[in-house]
Ligand binder design. Structure first.
Ligand SMILES: Cc1ncc(COP(=O)(O)O)c(C=O)c1O
Length: 410
């Protein structure tokens, strides 16, 4: 790291100074558990000569995960996208399904992939999750279900969504990709709706390299998903269902078992980082750090800032550029919103009209680096860059405009 401070305008890299960080600092660098435990598990796996197809690690992982989350059944898979596709199919969803646009595009793609129309619904600007009042407005005779997303690991308004689903006779499931170890009304996410889908991608709170799982309390549904995950095979040479290949490998399950042993440590580090960011950013005009509900369990995996341009004097995108020049790769999650991505943009060219809060949030939100790869000093430096940019906003804006008119990166 470059040790010079960033407290004056001319210290910033956009004015030609060396970047504050010699190496790029990414959002979503992997958290991993004890290396020796992982390697010893991989050695055992090689000794056993059993690499995939419902092996002993996958079974142990499913058992441990179900116990940890307090849910009856866990079906581990190769990633969350396939898990979503399988869960959607196993629930028999058809026609239209209501989802937020403010989510990773996999939520929408997992429907469209099987020719089910994702109907994008607006969010509550306070929670960044589906707004139940808007959900109700999006229901048509073709609607078969609702997929809530627990964005940033903060639970949807599950109670309100359950009530709508019951009254309107719709299926309800959740994309819980962000929400491992998070709770709703004191109960860990995993057992709500008919099923919940987790992602164990390398960027997630807890990872299996790539991976995912569907959790459900319904035995029959779990069995159906197990068949679908393995081409529909029910024993040797006996295919009784349409299926795909959604299997988790043994090496991924070994990583998962190892990660699971360090979950408390990951939370502790993320929580500490969140507290430091909160302290360092306090009082900077126009910058608000998304809070986690102190009464619930959270994994603190997402460090989310909302930028109020009028107060900060700079747009979110200008902050992203200033930080990128310092080698801090802040992310514009979820930009520009699924409804502005293909094929949805072409299919529903006017959907933005129904999504004012999504549109607004997509312009304001920025994720900063956190996790076990980020230390206190790095956070202080990142926050100092932000503070210096805000207190010199007009000069920063002018400099960025000048660089962009010259066609150079600031
Ligand atoms: C909300 C959400 N849903 C689904 C996914 C897809 O997960 P995976 O990469 O495991 O397929 C992700 C992230 O990648 C996500 O953030």
């Amino acid at each position: 790291m470059n040790t010079s401070t960033r407290s004056h305008l001319q210290d910033l890299a956009i004015f030609g100074n060396a970047p504050a960080f010699a190496e790029k600092v990414h959002v979503g660098r992997p958290n991993f558990g004890n290396r020796e435990r992982l390697l010893s598990r991989i050695n055992d796996m090689l000794d056993r000569n059993w690499l995939t197809n419902d092996g002993p690690y996958v079974r142990e992982f499913e058992k441990r995960l179900a116990e940890f989350l307090g849910v009856r059944h866990c079906v581990a898979m190769c990633n969350a996208t396939i898990s979503l596709e399988i869960a959607i199919r196993a629930l028999g969803l058809t026609g239209e399904v209501i989802v937020p646009s403010f989510t990773f595009v996999a939520t929408a793609h997992s429907l469209q992939w099987q020719e089910i129309t994702p109907v994008f619904c607006d969010i509550d600007p306070k929670t960044h999750n589906l707004d139940p009042l808007q959900v109700e407005k999006m229901i048509t005779p073709r609607t078969s279900g609702i997929i809530g997303v627990h964005t940033w690991g903060r639970a949807c308004d599950i109670g309100a969504l359950e009530e709508i689903a019951r009254r309107r006779k719709l299926e309800l499931m959740f994309d819980a990709a962000h929400a491992f170890g998070c709770s709703y009304k004191g109960k860990l996410i995993g057992g709500f709706g008919r099923c919940e889908v987790f992602s164990f991608h390398a960027t997630k709170f807890f990872n299996t390299f790539e991976g995912g799982a569907v959790l459900t309390n319904e035995g029959e549904l779990a069995e159906k998903m197990r068949l679908m995950r393995n081409f529909g095979f029910s024993g040797y040479d006996n295919v009784i269902y349409i299926g795909t290949n959604g299997k988790m490998t043994e090496v991924c399950a070994a990583m998962g078992l190892t990660s699971l042993e360090s979950v408390e440590h990951f939370v502790e580090v993320n929580r500490r980082n969140h507290l430091i960011y909160g302290r360092e950013l306090e009082g900077i005009p126009g910058i608000s750090l998304m809070a986690y509900d102190a009464g619930e369990r959270a994994n603190y995996q997402y460090l989310i800032l909302e930028i109020n341009e009028l107060e900060a004097g700079l747009t979110r995108d200008e902050f992203v550029t200033v930080l990128a020049a310092e080698n801090v790769l802040a992310r514009r999650y979820f930009f520009p919103g699924c409804h502005r991505m293909e094929p949805y943009r072409s299919y529903f060219p006017h959907s933005a009209l129904m999504l004012p809060e999504t549109e607004r949030l997509c312009r304001r939100v920025m994720a900063l680096p956190t996790g076990t790869g980020v230390d206190q000093e790095a956070i202080t430096r990142i926050c100092q860059i932000i503070a210096t940019a805000v207190s010199n906003a007009p000069a920063v804006k002018a400099r960025l405009a000048e660089s962009s008119s010259r066609g150079t990166a600031a």
